[in-house]
Design a protein around this ligand. Structure first.
Ligand SMILES: [Zn+2]
Ligand SMILES: [Zn+2]
Length: 344
């Protein structure tokens, strides 16, 4: 089979590898029909996160089950499935609490030995451990490229909004309109938020947030704080999401949230961040953070995708062939694409 592998900083390659086979009875093999290139793949691409040369990349996938072990009961051969970007054991302390994202034996696809040595999904075939936990059937009528979002990006947007404990009619600010931020705009509106203020400095992204029903605000050209005050009778928003993972975005989220509001720190923070704890304290803010519990959100997110309440299709700006992965990574790295889907 073909697989997109990391070589050295700035270089990926399509290589021939042996086909994976079911080993333990809880595993399944999926023939990948669509796979995403994600922002976190760029960290690997640049060597900011260590990965072994020759390791297969990718963690977003939709495909068809071509083999399943004897213990796999929720999906079977021939089923069209999508999967979460990570696996969980289902048995440890954290899994029993439902905190699958913090599983003691959790493994992430396509991230090398540091995150569990699980070969990635940018390939013709993918070996999926704990298939009952990791995979779900794709509801009829849902396209590959939309279903793909449930396993990572939309699941993360969902997590960011769920952390806000919104009440119907509430107000939200989303800082950063990359794929996760744009998904969070949709989730917040679907969850009944009346006002969703969407902040970025890229016109196309602002326009897309506007087309979803959000109120676009340009980070530098608009008076963001003034607009938030005006929309909330001067209080600030009920919940603010940092979908960037940047100190300034987190600071702004804390300043835009109302007293006793919630800040959802969703972006990936790769360097230490100085937080103005005095603001958090004096406003009695609740700060929620962490990687998304995507396995726990698979079913509700799929339900909302199937009903059309959530529709990330406009985010997919590029469809490319698996063989063109090197070009896809270069395009994504130059920020010329919002979301790239590779079709093997
Ligand atoms: Zn991803
Ligand atoms: Zn576990």
């Amino acid at each position: 089979m073909r697989a997109v592998t990391y070589q050295s900083p700035g270089e990926v390659r399509v290589e021939e590898k042996p086909d994976p086979e079911v080993g333990t009875p809880d595993e399944a093999v999926v023939r990948v029909e669509a796979t995403g290139v994600c922002g976190s793949d760029l960290h690997l691409y640049h060597g900011r996160i260590q990965i072994e040369p020759g390791f297969t990349l990718g963690h977003e996938y939709v495909g068809t089950v071509v083999a399943a072990g004897d213990d796999v009961t929720s999906v079977s051969e021939g089923d069209r499935v999508l999967g979460a970007f990570l696996t969980a054991c289902g048995e440890c302390f954290f899994c029993r609490r439902g905190d699958f994202h913090k599983c003691d034996r959790g493994r992430v696809f396509g991230h090398g030995s540091t995150l569990g040595s699980l070969q990635g999904a940018q390939a013709d075939l993918l070996l999926v451990p704990r298939a009952d936990m990791t995979l779900r059937r794709v509801p009829d009528g849902l396209s590959d490229e939309v279903a793909l979002f449930a396993g990572d990006v939309m699941g993360t947007g969902y997590h960011a909004v769920e952390a806000l404990d919104l009440e119907p009619g509430g107000s939200v600010a989303v800082l950063g309109l990359g794929p996760v931020g744009l998904c969070a705009v949709q989730v917040a509106l679907a969850a009944g938020a009346e006002t969703v203020l969407a902040v970025d400095s890229v016109e196309e992204r602002l326009a897309m947030a506007g087309s979803f029903g959000g109120t676009p605000l340009h980070l530098t050209e608009d008076d963001v704080r003034g607009a938030v005050k005006q929309a909330t009778e001067g209080r600030g928003v009920d919940g603010a999401i940092d979908a960037v993972g940047h100190p300034q975005a987190l600071d702004m989220a804390c300043r835009l949230a109302r007293k006793a509001g919630t800040v959802s720190a969703t972006g990936v923070y790769s360097t230490p961040v100085e937080l103005h704890m005095g603001i958090v304290w004096i406003k009695s803010l609740t700060l929620r953070s962490g990687q998304a519990n995507v396995i726990a959100h698979l079913d509700p997110v799929l339900e909302r995708l199937a009903s059309g309440q959530l529709d990330p299709a406009p985010l997919v700006t590029h469809h490319m062939k698996l063989d063109d992965a090197a070009e896809a990574y270069a395009i994504y790295d130059r920020r010329e694409a919002l979301k790239i889907v590779l079709n093997p």
